[in-house]
Write a new protein. Sequence first.
Lengths: 257, 303
Amino acid sequence: MKKYIIDLRVTGTERVGAQCVLLRMEPVEGALPEMAPGQFVQLRVDAQGVFLRRPISIHDVRGNEIDFLVQVVGEGTQWLASLTVGDTVNAVLPLGKGFSTHHPQPTTPLLVGGGVGVAPLLYLGRVLKEKGIRPTFLLGARTKDLLLRLDAFREVGEVLVTTEDGSMGEKGFVTQHSVFNSTTPSLIQCCGPTPMMKAVAKLARERGIDCEVSLENRMACGMGACLCCVTETTEGHKCVCTEGPVFDASELLMAKG
Amino acid sequence: MVDLNVKIGQLELRNPVMTASGTVGYGLEFQDFVDLSRLGGIVVKGTTLKPREGNPYPRMAETASGMLNCVGLQNKGVDYFCEHIYPTVKDLQTNVVVNVSGSSIEDYVECARRIGELERIPAIELNISCPNVRQGGMAFGVTCEGAAAVTKAGRAAYGKTLIVKLSPNVTDIAEIARAVEAEGADAVSLINTLMGMAIDAERRRKVLSIGTGGLSGPAVKPVALRMVYQVAKAVGIPVVGLGGIMTATDAVEFLLAGASAVEIGTANFIDPSVTVKVVEGIEAYLERHGFSSVREIIGALED
């Protein structure tokens, strides 16, 4: 897929929960290129003390608008969260290998997310829905207030929820949800904190379910050149930025132990 | 039209701008952003005799105006390069220089010999300065004896243009450069990364998997400029300058310090199209100052 360097202009912002911001952007000129769910962009940050671009996953694409769900974790994401309507940001996009969307019919994919890791699942769900596949989301959080954009997910598919404190949905971890008792999904597509992805990959392996997980290793170039963001696979180190961020879980050593 | 041509050993560059090893892969990764035929050359990823997995993750830490890496020469080895990568890069319309590394002199020699058989590779950059491998690498580059021994063996094994990449992690880099020149290197390139460290205070842990890494980016530019200046004064062979170049002005500063060409590395991560902008900016600088050739500004510092 051809990559581009383009300027994006902020067309809307919205606080989401205590730690996240939804950034809506459109190209300053021209049209957005084709992008696949699970791919990411490298945003240039113009803040003191920030040198590298920040890899941010594609949260949603509608028409010529692209959404990012950004969790503030440091100075780079703080700067992104402080953008206002009309500001422009330089982006390199689209990057990486996304989730598979060519599913054999009939299919019942389960899209499992936790924390800000739910971000790429919305666009994935939208693309699946457009292909006539109704996705089910299983979203987990420590507590109710940390569940992000439930309404947006409900517009695209069925939403199941777990919280560790039981403040919403079923109490416990996503892997304990009753959906796994009643049905066996044809495919799990997962993005979330590492312990969650490990647990989901383990469950998938035990149940014989195909499973894709999206990693977010620390990156520099985002284009497969610097080899900084590698993960260990059955075939040695692979770059998360170009051979991922979405991997078949059976390929990852982190998902085996 | 200003003349941008420079020569490094037998290597003729259409302009003095190359990419630094390990920062654009094999060039192909950047073709959506850069017309490689507009560059003087590209130096492709460090290649070793045997495949190397490199160091464990995490391998990178962002720093003030730069970054640390401890990739550790991950590559698929010279056989893979010759069989699978060479066919994809041999017809690129630019000079493709292969960075060669090793953990013993025998490794360097055999790897250089193999690359020497590839018709369309006009030069190698002998990497005696990688700070992220336990054996070899920088160990050869921090003493005159080590640098001389690798260069001598490399020279005997490789007939085309031999560039030796120097480590800044030394007391006197000019002394190392002279030792390398005496053993027949056609050019030296400098600087490789400066050895550094990052610590996560909250977690009370080292950030990088092996503790230390090599610092690159604008943070190292003043050190690199100083070293290029010192080495250019000390040797008669061409100097290729690198270290923190982000703009055409940075590149011009290296040329003025005595470099005949420059390599751009970490800047490619910030702006994947930066190299062509630097070429255009050097040309504009020369026109603005009334120079007819880039060679007129090499080492042309006024008193």
